[in-house]
Ligand binder design. Structure first.
Ligand code: FEO
Length: 397
């Protein structure tokens, strides 16, 4: 059998990327689309005295990780497995690597310790909980652990290499992309859009915790950010500033319209309101859920000032695809300031009241809701008025 040579990559003296690229994965958590695949970045840090592996890879790639580490050292010699996050795409392969090590130990937070036991059945004596800001000397390389909960589970922490000024933040600052390119400078603005979509999907529900983590790492000199998904940042300022803006809910003067249409009536409402908003000089993005994926939706939710939902009534409520997305959009906690709903129905309505109830509690002003019987005609005047009001609100926010 021909063995594929899996490549490692040096990112700093005695620090190597030993992760894997999952070129063919198309869905994460059975929810998030991955049109560009993803990567699981694992890093081997070789000190003069001790060796640490930071994060692991997804189930199914354990052998590749082992083979890559083998190219650099004997995997049995790893002393510390740094588990920044317990989700299986990073942590499940750690249990494999631990099983072949001589005396390795997992280092994680107290909550991570519990998850390592419950998810991977690792015995307690093989895990040590580290304190916030605790340092670990490997000999010429010092790792500092920074507790940063809810990025993206409650146990998460960040690891910082003091000598090389590299931050290993696991999911934080990640992006879902499998590519031959390794660093941000090779990708340009395309990477920020991918990072924004990822932020919307994974980090936006925890924006307050994102802000706290950004405050916490402000004191560090960071020259490189090496996340556990996607490319490595040699220019950390750009992504850190973007995260600051997104986490503070600094929205752009733009409207997002999420809609679906069955027989064209809702489409007419959406066309009318989109053209009105555009003619008022406000940027507008209509996303037809029949053709748009959740990644694009999440990206737009991150910084849209207003959201309008367009739906037909189906079985007494919103179209099920709209129902699903409205539920998700609320859970993602977008910073939108204004909401609107347009509905078309054939014989009985229900979508407006259902969506109003569902979206209640969002910290956004409902600018208007319009329910139209059948194919809209004179009602389009009302839709134009709503579009003008909506634009005015955004313009003056
Ligand atoms: Fe990449 Fe939350 O795991």
């Amino acid at each position: 059998m021909i063995k594929t040579p899996h490549k490692t990559r040096k990112i700093a003296p005695e620090i190597h990327w030993v992760g894997v690229k999952d070129w063919n994965r198309r869905m994460f958590d059975r929810l998030i689309p991955l049109p560009n695949g993803t990567s699981y970045n694992s890093y081997l840090v070789q000190g003069n005295e001790k060796i640490a592996l930071i994060d692991g890879v997804n189930p199914g790639f354990e052998d590749k990780l082992e083979e890559k580490v083998q190219q650099l050292i004997d995997p049995k010699e790893i002393d510390y497995f740094i588990m920044n996050h317990a989700e299986p795409d990073h942590a499940s392969a750690i249990s494999h690597m631990l099983s072949i090590s001589n005396n390795g130990k997992i280092l994680t937070t107290e909550k991570g310790k519990g998850l390592a036991q419950s998810l991977y059945h690792i015995s307690e004596d093989k895990i040590r909980a580290v304190e916030d800001r605790e340092t670990l000397k490997l000999g010429g390389k010092t790792l500092k652990f920074i507790h940063a909960p809810w990025l993206h589970w409650p146990e998460t922490m960040l690891t910082y290499c003091e000598e090389e000024e590299i931050l290993f933040p696991c999911d934080f600052f990640g992006s879902h992309l499998a590519t031959g390119k390794f660093f941000d400078e090779e990708l340009g603005d395309e990477l920020i859009n991918l990072a924004k979509s990822y932020y919307g999907e994974i980090m936006m529900p925890f924006s307050k915790m994102v802000g706290r983590a950004l405050d916490k790492i402000k004191q560090l000199d960071i020259s490189t950010i090496a996340p556990s998904h996607g490319p490595i940042y040699k220019d950390p300022e750009k992504i850190m500033n973007s995260y600051r803006k997104w986490s503070e809910g600094r929205v752009e003067k733009k409207a997002l319209i999420i809609y679906i249409s069955m027989w064209g009536s809702t489409e007419k409402l959406v066309e009318t309101i989109s053209e009105t908003i555009a003619s008022e000089g406000i940027e507008v993005t209509p996303l037809n859920l029949a053709t748009t994926d959740l990644g694009k939706l999440a990206e737009e939710l991150v910084d849209s000032a207003g959201i309008i939902i367009g739906t037909p009534t189906v079985l007494g409520g919103a179209h099920p695809k709209i129902h699903h997305v409205a539920y998700l959009a609320k859970k993602l906690n977008p910073p939108a300031k204004f909401l609107g709903i347009v509905e078309s129905h054939g014989w009985s309505g229900g979508a407006v009241s259902q969506l109003s109830e569902m979206l209640g509690g969002m910290d956004a002003e409902v600018v208007g809701a319009i329910d139209v019987l059948g194919s809209p005609r004179e009602e389009l005047d009302e839709v134009v008025s709503l579009g003008k009001n909506f634009s005015e609100k955004i313009r003056n926010m």
